[in-house]
Design a protein around this ligand. Structure first.
Ligand code: OGA
Ligand code: ZN
Length: 338
């Protein structure tokens, strides 16, 4: 029994009398199945569409989100899939087009999003709640005088995921370009799932090593001290790839039995050499107004070094979760049916 207001269950299976059986089953004139129970219990009514959707012959619940992923190399997409985002705050079709690309490619860009401080948070709240971190609800990626991250310098950043130092690595990351008048600083994106699938085919031993041996990621600042121990490749319970964790510049000392260290380093090198290959690495320029979104547990992002002599490079970033993306896409789809 579902509460009509909350749409959550009021009675769980264990509240039914143990050993309850069907006393009588009949069809209503509209085709619903009516069940009467023994011992006595309020009758149940099942609509035929619901029964078909949930009968025991079905495969797992269809997932309109990440399972439909299209894994890509740089040759497959010349640019991040792009939607004109000037109306993203008010137009659901714009939002949906962008989010569908994000679900499929793990990478999707909006162009023409007003390059103003705080805009990225407003856009992300169209999807769902922001995930705050020690870097704030949003953070400014620009050169600062006392940087607590390599990101806040003009250094190149090798392909990485953000916050591999956390038990739960953020599912989505957003970078909004507010200013870009320096030279260099192109963005880079690699579909990490594509890379590790290729590794699995070419070299199953390396794949197995990456999926089993644990690395340490650490990040310390004056008031924080994050550490996490994890394999670089993580699968979900059906054996599907679910996550990559790879942040070279936050790698801590390896904590493995000595006889495993050589295999670990060799596998790491194999992975990183592949990640750096131009075949996988999409390179693109940030224009003010570009807002790039990606699945931070699948896509590896990075940037080329830039010159700090003249001009300004300012991105504003923010995190959210895969759950919010899937939920928003389902709600947007519901509106089509209405
Ligand atoms: C980051 C990052 C990339 C860039 O802030 O996490 O990787 O293009 N930035 O500056
Ligand atoms: Zn980053």
């Amino acid at each position: 029994v579902t509460n009509s207001l909350t749409r959550e269950r009021e009675i769980d299976y264990i509240d039914l009398p143990a050993g309850i059986t069907i006393r009588q089953a009949t069809l209503s004139d509209r085709g619903a199945l009516i069940i009467q129970w023994a011992p006595e219990w309020p009758e149940s009514c099942f609509q035929p569409g619901w029964l078909r959707a949930h009968d025991y012959s079905n495969t797992p619940l269809p997932d309109d989100g990440l399972r439909v992923a299209r894994h890509w190399t740089a040759g497959d997409i010349a640019e991040p899939p792009t939607t004109d985002g000037r109306d993203v705050l008010t137009n659901d079709d714009v939002l949906e087009s962008w989010l569908q690309d994000l679900a499929q490619y793990g990478l999707a860009r909006l162009s023409n999003v007003t390059p103003e401080d705080g805009m990225v948070a407003e856009v992300v709240r169209r999807i769902g709640p922001i995930r705050p971190t020690n870097f704030g609800f949003t953070y400014d990626v620009k050169i600062t005088s006392n940087p607590d991250s390599n990101a806040y310098t003009s250094m190149a950043l090798d392909s990485h995921t953000d916050l591999a130092t956390r038990e739960y690595q953020p599912g989505l990351q957003f970078l909004h370009c507010l200013e870009n008048s320096t030279t260099g600083g192109a963005g880079t994106m690699v579909d990490g799932f594509r890379v590790v699938q290729d590794i699995k085919t070419e070299n199953p031993d390396v794949f197995e090593t990456l999926a089993s041996l644990e690395w340490t990621f650490t990040n310390r600042a004056v008031d924080t001290d994050y550490r996490w121990l994890t394999p670089l490749i993580i699968h979900d319970r059906d054996g599907q790839l679910s996550e990559l964790r790879l942040t070279g510049f936050l790698r801590g000392p390896l904590a493995l039995p000595f006889d495993k260290t050589e295999a670990a380093y060799n596998a790491y090198r194999y992975l990183m050499e592949k990640v750096r290959q131009p075949e996988y690495r999409l390179i693109f320029d940030y224009r003010p107004g570009d807002l790039v979104a990606y699945d931070n547990r699948r896509i590896l992002h990075g940037r080329e070094a830039f010159s700090s002599d003249k001009g300004e490079r300012w991105l504003q970033g923010c995190y959210s979760e895969r759950d919010e993306l899937r939920s928003r896409l389902r709600v947007l789809a519901r509106n089509h049916r209405a």
